[in-house]
Design a protein around this ligand. Structure first.
Ligand SMILES: Cc1cc2nc3c(=O)[nH]c(=O)nc-3n(C[C@H](O)[C@H](O)[C@H](O)COP(=O)(O)OP(=O)(O)OC[C@H]3O[C@@H](n4cnc5c(N)ncnc54)[C@H](O)[C@@H]3O)c2cc1C
Ligand code: FES
Length: 251
């Protein structure tokens, strides 16, 4: 589905972080946790490619995207205003499965990789699942989203690399003390974090699904610009993912 979506709000949170709220009942009806929108940040030739963003939260017909300004595309996005229309393709990709097969969910996010976990955590709560939630950031300046997770009724443990907020260390430092065979881990964040989480889970024989944030071209499976190596050959993050069983991937 490609359509022009109304920008309801484009709110600056702090530092490089914003929440874009789209009013679009069709996307809100279809979207599943873990899926993404491929957004044409402005209607000109530059930048040529759309940019992928996870769906952060749904509220009735409102769709929230939590984003970090890191380059040209996200900078242009941050300048877009309420009342304008923006071209979106999606929701695209697969989703986090809420079929836990009796396992207890542990959600682990790093940096902007926390984005798909709010929607997924809310879906788990709707299905009466409790969960553990560990969110890691570089430092206090990067700590975002906590109020949203707390307001939704999720208890968050926070780590920062420099100890300026919460526990000093990496998400895996907390995770390794908690992991149990009855757990299933769902993680999203930078690739080195996902590798560390995946290794830890495999040592403890805990199933782990990861959502990969890779570079993308077309966003719908044709250009192979997003591939990630797996034991079954290269996987397309946009079409086969972005959520994968971590044990299938080669980090
Ligand atoms: C499935 C998926 C979901 C995503 N969800 C979100 C989200 O919810 N919120 C959010 O803020 N971002 C998300 N991203 C990442 C986001 O798409 C990129 O940050 C964005 O495309 C950067 O565009 P840009 O034009 O601002 O940066 P560019 O000018 O394209 O790049 C700026 C710098 O960042 C690097 N870079 C760009 N993209 C990535 C990437 N994916 N991984 C690592 N380095 C990169 C470039 O090499 C360059 O150094 C997601 C990516 C994927 C694949
Ligand atoms: S971005 Fe084109 S195949 Fe994934």
């Amino acid at each position: 589905m490609i359509q022009e979506c109304l920008i309801h709000e484009n709110r600056h949170l702090k530092g490089r972080f914003y929440i874009l709220t789209l009013k679009d009942s069709q996307i809100a009806e279809k979207a599943q946790p873990g899926q993404f929108l491929h957004i044409q940040v402005q209607s000109s030739i530059q930048p040529l490619l759309r940019r992928p963003f996870s769906i952060y939260r749904l509220r009735d017909s409102f769709v929230d995207i939590l984003y970090e300004v890191i380059g040209e595309g996200t900078h242009i996005l941050s300048l877009r205003s309420k009342g304008e229309y923006i071209n979106c393709h999606g929701p695209l990709g697969n989703c986090f499965s809420d079929d836990l097969s009796g396992k207890h969910p542990v959600l682990v996010g790093g940096g902007i990789g926390i984005a798909p976990l709010l929607f997924f955590g809310e879906r788990l709560l709707e299905k009466s699942h409790t969960m553990e939630l560990i969110l890691g950031y570089r430092s206090e300046d990067d700590v975002i989203g906590l109020e949203d997770f707390n307001q939704s009724g999720m208890n968050v443990e926070v780590t920062t690399n420099d100890g300026s907020y919460g526990y000093k260390g990496f998400v895996t430092d907390l995770l390794k003390d908690q992991l149990h065979k009855d757990h299933k881990v769902f993680a999203c964040g930078p690739i080195p974090m996902l590798k560390a989480v995946s290794d830890l889970c495999s040592q403890h024989e805990v199933p782990c699904d990861v959502s990969i944030h890779n570079f993308m071209g077309c966003g719908f499976g044709v250009c192979l610009g997003c591939v990630f190596p797996s034991h079954k050959g290269y996987q397309r993050v946009c079409k086969d993912g972005p959520v994968f069983n971590a044990s299938h991937l080669i980090f």
